[in-house]
Structures are given as structure tokens and as C-alpha cells.
Design a protein around this ligand. Structure first.
Ligand SMILES: [Zn+2]
Ligand SMILES: [Zn+2]
Length: 145
């Protein structure tokens, strides 16, 4: 076999390997894409549910069931059970309720975007008013997919 033939053979092998690697990377990117979408959906749900915070202040509480007094030296989202009878109802327990007003919606919501220039997919992890340029070609032409 001539040296040129040898070289062609080696290059062919290398090309085959590169293609295999690209396929593996593509499958991995796809899987990561699916996972990131799930995580984003979860984050959105969380942001919607945490809209009020209930907090019981530090102070003296009296058990509604058995009348035993307890002093809570820390604030609670949910009052602990009475040491004496296990009840969770107290007299004089007035929680402070803080309502969290969600921030105004941003122009672009988190999710999967595609560059209309080079078709690269980009994940926007957070809502934003301004899109970044494409990682690959630098174009400011992302659209939601
Ligand atoms: Zn009690
Ligand atoms: Zn691009």
C-alpha cells in the first residue's frame, strides 16, 4: 500500500470516529435539552406557588387544647406541635402574611430558543427583556421554539 493510501485510510478512520462522536454529542445535547425544559417548567410552577408567606412571630402562645403556654423563640412558617398534647392549634397565634407580588413579566420568557441564522438551539434559563446574541454565529435573531 502506498503512503498516500495509508494516509487516506487513517483519515477515513478518523472521520468515522468524528462522526460517531458528533452523533453521541447530539444525543447528549438532546437529552440535556429535554431535562432543561422540565427544570424550567418546575421553576415556573414554583414561582407561581410561592406568592404568600405565612409567618408566626416570636412570642408566647397558649395551646388551644390543653392550655399549656409555649414560648417560641423563632418565627415559624407552621407552628410546631404542643409539647404537652401534640396539638397544633394555639390561642393568640396570629401569623403575619406577606404577599409577594410577582415581578412584571419580562419580554422573553425562559425556554428553548433557536437562532434563525445558524439554527443552533439555545436555552434561556431566566426570563429576560433582552436576548443575548447567538453563541455560535453572534446574530441577534433568536426565536422561541
Ligand atoms: Zn397542648
Ligand atoms: Zn446563530
Amino acid at each position: 500500500m502506498s503512503s498516500a493510501q495509508e494516509r487516506a485510510k487513517a483519515l477515513a478512520q478518523e472521520m468515522k470516529r468524528a462522526i460517531m462522536e458528533a452523533k453521541t454529542a447530539e444525543a447528549r445535547a438532546k437529552r440535556l435539552g429535554d431535562e432543561v425544559l422540565l427544570a424550567l417548567a418546575e421553576a415556573k410552577k414554583e414561582a407561581e406557588t410561592v406568592s404568600t408567606i405565612v409567618e408566626y412571630p416570636i412570642g408566647r402562645y397558649e395551646c388551644k387544647q390543653c392550655g399549656v403556654g409555649s414560648i417560641f423563640s423563632q418565627t415559624y412558617r407552621e407552628l410546631p406541635a404542643c409539647d404537652n398534647c401534640g396539638s397544633r392549634e394555639y390561642v393568640g397565634a396570629e401569623p403575619t402574611i406577606t404577599k409577594i407580588t410577582p415581578p412584571p413579566p419580562k419580554k422573553y420568557s425562559s425556554g428553548m430558543y433557536e437562532c434563525t441564522g445558524c439554527r443552533t438551539r439555545i436555552v434561556l434559563a431566566e426570563d429576560t427583556d433582552e436576548l443575548s446574541p447567538c453563541d455560535v454565529c453572534g446574530a441577534y435573531k433568536l426565536r422561541a421554539v
